[in-house]
Design a protein around this ligand. Sequence first.
Ligand SMILES: *[C@@H]1O[C@H](CO)[C@@H](O)[C@H](O)[C@H]1NC(C)=O
Ligand SMILES: *[C@@H]1O[C@H](CO)[C@@H](O)[C@H](O)[C@H]1NC(C)=O
Ligand SMILES: *[C@@H]1O[C@H](CO)[C@@H](O)[C@H](O)[C@H]1NC(C)=O
Ligand SMILES: *[C@@H]1O[C@H](CO)[C@@H](O)[C@H](O)[C@H]1NC(C)=O
Ligand SMILES: *[C@@H]1O[C@H](CO)[C@@H](O)[C@H](O)[C@H]1NC(C)=O
Ligand SMILES: *[C@@H]1O[C@H](CO)[C@@H](O)[C@H](O)[C@H]1NC(C)=O
Length: 534
Amino acid sequence: MGSDKFLNFLVVLSGLLSCEAKRPNIVFIIADDLGWNDVSFHGSNQILTPNIDSLAYSGVSLGRYYSHAICTPSRAALLTGKYSHVVGMQGYPLVMSEDRGIPTCVTVLPEYLKKAGYSTNLVGKWHVGSSREEYLPTSRGFDSHFGHRSGYMDYYEYTYEETWSIGKVSGMTLFRNLTAAWDVKGYITDVYTEQATTIIKNHDTSTPLFLLVAHVAPHSGNEGSMLQAPPDLVRQLRYVESPERRIFAAMVKKLDDSVGDIVQALHNKNMLEDTIIVFVSDNGGMTTGVYNNYASNYPLRGIKMSPFEGGIRVTGLLWAANLNNTSHYWDGYMHVADWLPTLLSAANVPIPKDIDGIDHWKNINSDSASERTTMYEIDDYAGYASIIYGDYKLITGNVTKSFATYQGGNLTGIIGDSPPYGNALVESTVYNVLKSHDLTFDTKYECLRKKTTIKCDKPSAPICFPDKDTVCLYNIKEDPCETTELSAKHPDLVCEMSSLLRAEAARRMPRVKPTFRNPLSAPSRFNYTWDVWI
Ligand SMILES: *[C@@H]1O[C@H](CO)[C@@H](O)[C@H](O)[C@H]1NC(C)=O
Ligand SMILES: *[C@@H]1O[C@H](CO)[C@@H](O)[C@H](O)[C@H]1NC(C)=O
Ligand SMILES: *[C@@H]1O[C@H](CO)[C@@H](O)[C@H](O)[C@H]1NC(C)=O
Ligand SMILES: *[C@@H]1O[C@H](CO)[C@@H](O)[C@H](O)[C@H]1NC(C)=O
Ligand SMILES: *[C@@H]1O[C@H](CO)[C@@H](O)[C@H](O)[C@H]1NC(C)=O
Ligand SMILES: *[C@@H]1O[C@H](CO)[C@@H](O)[C@H](O)[C@H]1NC(C)=O
């Protein structure tokens, strides 16, 4: 018996011995740079996301779900169950001309699941290391990868661009396992949806499925073509006042349709009732600067790449047909690193000890309080650090001011009326699939929607910006928009939180100043692709 076969045999045997129930399928969907105010279950009628909302109302919307402020760190925490600063993946996102990845000695989520008998598949973004083959998804527990290895790409050409001293450097970044996918055509969100639904359709249901769908959408494209959506769809959304946000809205609509198609495919394959579905954003929306996609986190303060709420308190929901005791809204703290233990717990797989994540499966399933009281955001590249501790958040160090203000409030304009929300819900694919399983939410949704809507007063005084001599303290439960600075009122708390933060910062694997733009990575050396270069 080969050692792999022997391992499989042991897994099967241990399953039989403990009389385990069949492990659930897990379909995990990540949006890229989707803002708090870009889904309609958070209260706005401007961009309707009825498929995503239906999952939230019928499952559990996670009202205080936190991620890291940037994509590479968030994905590293999701995969490892550790804070990104513990595995050296904090701060400024990975670029393709940089030799860095999640250290190969760290075990990642698909490896745990594969060991437990799952078929493991990644459709879409990786972005946690691709300079070496050992960093790639297929070397890290994924049976298959179809997608981009970079932070983002063109929605039609699948190219990714960097600016080097010699000028713009561009290459294709869409791969099928280890091979450049030159044959692919179409709008990338549709392409990924097709790939995801095909995996579901062809899945051998005698093994559980883990499918991670990490969309490009609604991240911006390359400079020069930042916002990309099919023109006929943009035209349908003419009621969105800002022309840029109208294109963004079409990008989000495609994402919402994708969620509908995936749920439909699970239903068609008779897998839905055995599947856990997660939908999250990787960080807050980017409303200004180089990757501006016209997302909005309003009324939360700050955007992607800042430790203010708009950067880290993001859209999150969990759905399963048999969730217990749920009021469909959980406002306990949950961090992106908590998915690893929570999903392993749901799958009845032993949880590793050396992680930062906390298992919330039982507490979500019994409407109980969260066991998480503390969360850290440490970026030694930009030079800021923050801690959430009970009701309070302390922010220290050097934040980029333009990322730390209130933005996106001026993007919410509607010309005339948007389509009625209630109709959009009951016409959505997900609603109708859930209806056929007797799992809808009919009259309850307005009340659930109110719970997830944040309203704040405009700040009356100048807002606090931390720097090397100033810290900012907020009560984020009473003041979710971080308007009222409290450090002078609670000096002892500032002291206590600062010392916790210092202790946590001491755990970090320091972020080396990256050596970007390594000429060995030049796409011209690899038939104009961003391929493995070491
Ligand atoms: C990747 O490789 C695996 C194993 O050889 C294969 O089953 C899978 O179909 C491949 N995936 C893609 C997207 O080609
Ligand atoms: C809900 O509770 C029932 C009965 O205790 C159990 O069989 C089922 O697995 C639970 N569901 C989840 C999602 O925990
Ligand atoms: C559901 O809630 C009841 C009452 O709080 C509790 O006794 C029961 O254990 C809960 N069920 C599950 C599966 O958590
Ligand atoms: C703070 O950030 C600014 C702009 O990002 C930078 O110029 C400055 O050197 C930084 N200061 C420290 C102490 O890191
Ligand atoms: C919204 O306000 C910001 C300043 O906060 C400004 O830079 C931007 O151009 C405005 N956008 C629109 C669409 O008016
Ligand atoms: C090189 O790139 C072209 C597209 O520019 C593609 O058609 C061709 O198949 C690629 N060659 C190889 C060997 O991958």
